[in-house]
Design a protein around this ligand. Structure first.
Ligand code: N01
Length: 491
């Protein structure tokens, strides 16, 4: 049970020990707050880098940008890092910054109730915690979606979702069926093609692919990173510039967009077989779906052992997938690279704020937040990477670092004044309306595609903003946008 000792030692519950939760823990410690617990549903930290262990799992954002700004890692061996190396990095930073003792594993938060003074948090194993401040850092892409395809239960081979890869199942030399062609599927295809007897890719929609080179970083350069601040900074800024350009291409710069689009078109045009090229040619704008960055996808997909099946799936039979043309694609293993329920956010957690106001009520129409970090009627309940956070236009680490610095300013206010604060509903609605207008007009909304970015009304649920603009916007909170009142004293 977290101990509530009043404002001298405010108590915190952080939900989730992924990149955001670890960061929040580190920054709380650095600011002198030691009374916190991180509740993690899994048995290890690392969030997405714990869940995703599929063959080829890697990060298509340059590794040096996928690190905390205060814990740069000169030792990345390649420009883009493998998933296991990223997991090790975050684990080592959590350990070296003293966060590990604060994490409780196997603690899935089921409910958080505000009692007028503090939050009472319940986990699935029946434990109860109390805290002055709750910070939900549970991420967006952790509820795997498996489509309901007729006959799936009858399949005689192994089947699993990419985020639940079964490493007991051998894939080498086997006939693999892969449903989906998103960022995850393209990494798997690039890694597995050639190693398996046959890879049948069931593609509903082709992807635009931006080719990148995953070069090795020689030892002398890594050493130079370690020894030479100047060299290091130069390289970092160069990468940062590239990422900003990616963001600008999404958020509106015509020049950056044309440059990016041309690279994608050229890469596609280099496919020799016109029939395969036609199958892989999207009919929507570059960047509408999350752009795939890949070293080797087009080479892999052209291998003779890979089939791109564009005929729709009819059903699943004991021996494999049957497409609508009646053809049976015989398979030993079936992999669902079918993405995540990105719109669940905090749910199925039950959150009840002041005066019995539930999250379901506040979010009945839309997941209403203020700057993705606070919810009306939920005092001292904060979010990292909440609904409408930026996504494809900036690296997630930069985004969550920016949000955490903002949250620390709210926390300082809560603690120093011993108050409850929640955003005013009108301020949250104004902000949300503004973001939705920009999102609607971004390539995610206008580019003519379906993607997990879109909500039920077809409006992207991401904020199309570059990291530098986000940093400027969130530098100083506007406390006029918050309701603030003294914390009620219990007798
Ligand atoms: O999932 P997705 P993902 N029948 O939702 C198809 C991040 N990420 O796991 O396009 C047939 O993008 C669906 O088809 P369609 C990144 O943010 C980052 O690949 O809807 N197909 C689509 O092809 C990414 O955006 C990295 O027509 C079906 C695929 O499944 C996010 O994770 C690496 C189907 C789902 O694609 C999710 O990526 C990997 C059905 N019934 C992922 N249902 C980095 O490197 C769905 N599909 C940072």
């Amino acid at each position: 049970m977290a101990n509530v000792e009043g404002r001298a030692s405010p108590s915190f519950i952080i939900i989730g020990a992924g990149i955001s939760g670890i960061l929040m823990g580190i920054r709380l410690l650095e600011n002198g707050y030691r009374n916190f617990t991180i509740l993690e549903k899994g048995d290890r930290l690392g969030g997405t880098w714990r869940d995703n262990t599929y063959p080829g799992v890697a990060c298509d954002v340059a590794a040096h940008l996928y690190t905390y700004s205060f814990a740069r890692n000169p030792w990345w061996q390649t420009r883009y890092a493998k998933g296991a190396d990223i997991w090790r990095y975050y684990h080592s930073v959590a350990r070296s910054h003293g966060v590990l003792p604060f994490i409780r594993y196997g603690k899935q938060v089921e409910a958080a109730d505000f009692d007028g003074r503090e939050w009472l948090v319940r986990t699935a194993d029946g434990e109860r915690y109390s805290a002055d401040i709750v910070i939900a850092a549970n991420g967006r892409l952790h509820h795997p979606v498996i489509p309901d395809i007729e006959g799936a239960a009858s399949f005689e081979g192994a089947q699993f979702h990419t985020a639940r890869w079964d490493h007991n199942v051998a894939v080498k030399g086997k006939r693999i069926g892969l449903i989906g062609t998103g960022s995850t599927a393209t990494q798997i295809i690039t890694n597995l093609a050639g190693d398996v007897a046959r890879l049948s890719v069931f593609q509903r929609t082709p992807q635009w692919v931006f080719p990148v080179k995953n070069s090795n970083t020689p030892w002398w350069r890594r050493l130079a990173f370690l020894l030479s601040g100047k060299h290091w900074t130069h390289y970092y800024l160069q990468l940062r510039g590239e990422t900003e350009a990616r963001g600008k291409a999404t958020t509106g710069s015509t020049e950056a967009r044309h440059l990016r689009d041309q690279v994608c078109h050229d890469a596609l045009a280099a496919i020799g077989d016109p029939a395969l090229r036609a199958k892989l040619t999207p009919d929507y704008e570059v960047g509408c779906k999350r752009l795939v960055f890949s070293d080797g996808f087009y080479e892999a997909i052209q291998k003779p052992s890979v089939d791109v099946v564009t005929t729709r799936i009819s059903h699943i039979a004991p021996a494999g997938i049957v497409t609508e043309d009646g053809m049976l694609h015989e398979l030993d293993v079936l992999v669902f690279a079918t993405g995540f329920d990105a719109h669940a956010y905090l749910r199925p957690m039950q959150v009840t704020g002041e005066n019995g106001m539930t999250l379901e009520t506040v979010w009945r129409d839309l997941p209403l937040t203020y700057h993705s970090m606070a919810i009306p009627h939920m005092p001292n309940f904060l979010l990292i990477n909440g609904p409408y956070s930026p996504g494809g236009s900036a690296s997630v680490v930069g985004i969550v670092e920016t949000q955490v610095e903002y949250l620390l300013q709210l926390i300082k206010r809560i603690v120093q004044r011993d108050v409850l604060i929640a955003p005013r509903e009108d301020a949250a609605r104004n902000w949300l309306e503004d973001v939705r207008t920009q999102a609607r007009n971004s390539v995610w909304g206008t580019g003519g595609c379906q993607s997990w970015y879109l909500d039920k009304d077809g409006v992207p649920t991401l904020n199309p903003i570059t990291l530098s603009d986000l940093q400027a916007q969130l530098a100083v909170p506007d406390f006029n946008d918050f309701d603030e009142r003294p914390r009620a004293v219990t007798v």
